[in-house]
Write a protein that binds this ligand. Structure first.
Ligand code: SF4
Length: 370
């Protein structure tokens, strides 16, 4: 039996994909790139923006016509955790035989066996939160050119930023035991992996302690470098920056999503810090970590964002001077508090601000020599 795995979205989905690939191989499947010819297609989906969902649902349509008779389509990941999507799958996308949410990752073999023995359709409502299952087989596709691997250290998020669906699809924060993470990192170092990413929705709230975990992961003999994603500015601080400066095995690279430079917008986003707090963290990081490379995220067009709020965001870029910036136009996500707010910009106005932001960032990157 052959299986095709298609992974959309973030590094956490990539890491979940590595486990799904491991479980498929352990069940005797052969992986194939041939989506049409596969006996089983597994889609690991992303729900962070409306566009991601619409695109995936568009792709699903192509699975209806082309493909091997009897082929089974499985949809998992964040979209499968949204009731709105499950309703669509039940009513419209009959080509999907099985769907389950991120917290049920470890139950995939059980669900697949049930599908293969009972047939029918299984649109499963998974729990929002469940302990991260240890011991699942992992099969990574490590590109020798990049030689990099992702290691999940925690999942879920308790921050409830007003625009974000992650807490509703990935559940409350839960962390893996330090021993399990260290064992996985040690194995990758021994396998000669050069770049190891410690990942989670908010690595800084890793329990018991992220700076300690980072130092411990940097203590193995070997030629490797550690990176991590994603940090929340409220939880990142002196202990993290000192840990980053403590070893050449920890890359002096910090991704710290700002989202906005306006205190009014940061408050409406429920980000939990002010512009001044954010700039103070950046100042401390630059002071503590030599040759620091900074990257960030910014959302343009949040409901209620005035021209002055937007100018505050542009001036924040001028002050921080990110080497790289991930930029987004606000996308209302059903079920989030922000989706109840009235959008104040037309699509044209949103685009205009977005282009002005890109221009400023492009100039800064050129000045930094990027
Ligand atoms: S910190 Fe905010 S934006 Fe990031 S995953 Fe959590 S709720 Fe979403």
């Amino acid at each position: 039996m052959t299986a095709h795995l298609a992974i959309y979205g973030c590094q956490q989905n990539q890491a979940d994909g590595d486990r799904l690939r491991g479980m498929l191989l352990a069940m005797g499947y052969t992986m194939t790139d041939d989506r049409a010819g596969a006996d089983l297609v597994v889609l690991v989906t992303c729900a962070v923006r409306k566009h991601a969902e619409t695109r995936l649902l568009g792709h699903l349509g192509t699975y209806l016509h082309k493909g091997k008779p009897g082929r089974k389509v499985v949809l998992c990941g964040c979209m499968a955790q949204r009731e709105e999507v499950r309703e669509l799958l039940r009513k419209r996308y009959k080509q999907v035989s099985l769907s389950f949410g991120p917290a049920d990752l470890g139950r995939f073999p059980e669900y697949l066996r049930r599908l293969m023995t009972e047939g029918g359709r299984h649109i499963i409502t998974s729990p929002d939160t469940a302990p991260i299952e240890e011991g699942l087989p992992i099969a990574r596709l490590i590109d020798p050119e990049i030689n990099r691997a992702n290691v999940t250290i925690m999942t879920g998020c308790d921050n409830y930023c007003s625009y974000c669906v992650v807490p509703y699809v990935r559940g409350r924060e839960r962390s893996r035991a330090p021993e399990a993470v260290l064992e996985e990192v040690r194995g990758l170092v021994e396998d000669g992996v050069g770049e190891i990413w410690l990942i989670g929705q908010n690595v800084n709230s890793y329990k018991p302690d992220f700076p300690d975990l980072l130092r411990a992961c940097a203590s193995f003999e070997g030629n490797y470098q550690l990176r991590f994603m994603t940090s929340h500015p409220r939880d990142a601080g002196r202990r993290l920056f000192e840990a980053m400066a403590s070893s050449p095995r920890i890359a002096p690279v910090l991704h710290l999503p700002a989202q906005s430079g306006s205190n009014a917008v940061l408050k409406a986003m429920n980000r939990g810090y002010t512009r001044e707090d954010y700039l103070e963290k950046i100042r401390l990081a630059k002071e503590t970590i030599e040759n620091l490379t900074l990257s960030g995220d910014v959302i343009v067009g949040f409901p209620g964002e005035t021209e002055q709020d937007f100018l505050d965001t542009l001036s924040l870029l001028e002050e921080v001077r990110f080497a790289k910036l991930f930029t987004f136009q606000y996308s209302a996500r059903a079920g989030t508090p922000a989706a109840e707010l009235t959008e104040t910009l037309s699509p044209g106005e949103m685009k205009e601000r977005f282009m002005r932001l890109l221009e400023v960032q492009k100039r800064i990157e050129e000045e930094l020599g990027g």
